[in-house]
Write a protein of this length. Structure first.
Length: 298
């Protein structure tokens, strides 16, 4: 991919993508950060010349593609600053990586830059791990038609695939992926807290849960959520669920409420998959809803 690019914001996301882009023939013009020492460290990870590290936005001026890998709340301000100072040359693509903001957040009057938002569907907890996983990632994007070609070329070079969505659906899309990724971590933490009540050390609790989680994800990958679902709800085991509720009452009312809310959605999933009959579904739903209604009245 023979394209000149500049990176603004050499954090985990930007550094991983810039490293992958460099490996695929991308030509870095500059790596721009707020702290020069940290930016030079990012250059070392990316594999480019440390002399390309800078804190000056004007150094992005020679790029055909400017990657804005900055916090969501900073995207508009930095994009507007770039365009206000005529730093991007005509036709330059400004591309940000926010999952919730659209490309239009970067629009500036009379600017001739092309705008695109591209969200890699990956957790970026670690630069190296994210870099290694980029080739397996789907990318969700939207923006100017004139920028789409470069975005598609970028995704292809990184080894991923681009899925275009409507701009007004981005917040809903981001809510979906946050539920799947961020809240999964919260559920694991909640389950670990309950295991701690059973006398299991938190570090051991997480280790105990990982094989279960990995197998569950494999089940979903192999048969979808309907066929991948296991446990007492899909079996119609009302007695087991009642035992769970009684146990949770003694420990944590908040987690009991969470259990019942998730249980109600799980009943719907099991019923819609055809694996839980209507009569059993109604009994379990009534049991779960009774707890929620009791809390509402109090």
């Amino acid at each position: 991919m023979n394209i000149h690019f500049a990176l603004i914001g050499p954090g985990r996301v930007g550094s991983a993508i810039a490293k992958a882009l460099l490996q695929k023939g991308g030509l870095p013009v500059s790596i721009i950060g707020r702290n020069l020492a940290a930016t030079r460290e990012a250059c070392d990870f990316i594999g480019c010349n440390p002399d390309q590290a800078t804190t000056d936005l004007h150094c992005a001026g020679g790029a055909d593609l400017i990657l804005l890998a900055v916090p969501d709340d900073s995207i508009a301000a930095i994009a507007h600053q770039l365009q206000q100072q005529n730093i991007p040359k005509p036709g330059t693509v400004l591309l940000h990586f926010s999952g919730v903001h659209t490309a239009a957040i970067m629009r500036y009057p009379e600017s001739r830059a092309c705008l695109f938002s591209l969200h890699p569907l990956l957790p970026f907890a670690d630069c190296q791990q994210a870099y290694e996983r980029l080739k397996h990632a789907p990318y969700i994007g939207e923006g100017d038609d004139t920028a789409r070609r470069i975005a598609e070329t970028l995704c292809t070079a990184l080894g991923g695939r681009l899925q275009i969505i409507s701009p007004h659906r981005k917040p809903l899309y981001h809510a979906a992926v946050c539920m799947a990724s961020n809240y999964l971590v919260t559920l694991i933490a909640a389950a670990t807290d309950l295991l701690k009540e059973c006398g299991i050390d938190p570090d051991q609790g997480e280790a105990l849960l990982l094989p279960l989680l990995e197998a569950t994800l494999e089940n979903v990958a192999g048969g979808g959520t309907g066929n991948g679902l296991t446990g007492p709800v899909v079996r119609g085991d009302k007695g087991t669920i009642e035992a769970h509720i009684q146990a949770l009452k003694q420990v944590d009312a908040g987690l009991l409420d969470l259990y019942c809310l998730l249980g109600t959605r799980t009943v719907l999933l099991a019923e819609n998959s055809g694996r839980l009959n209507t009569v059993a579904a109604q009994k379990i739903r009534k049991l779960l809803n009774k707890r929620q209604l009791t809390n509402f009245r109090t």
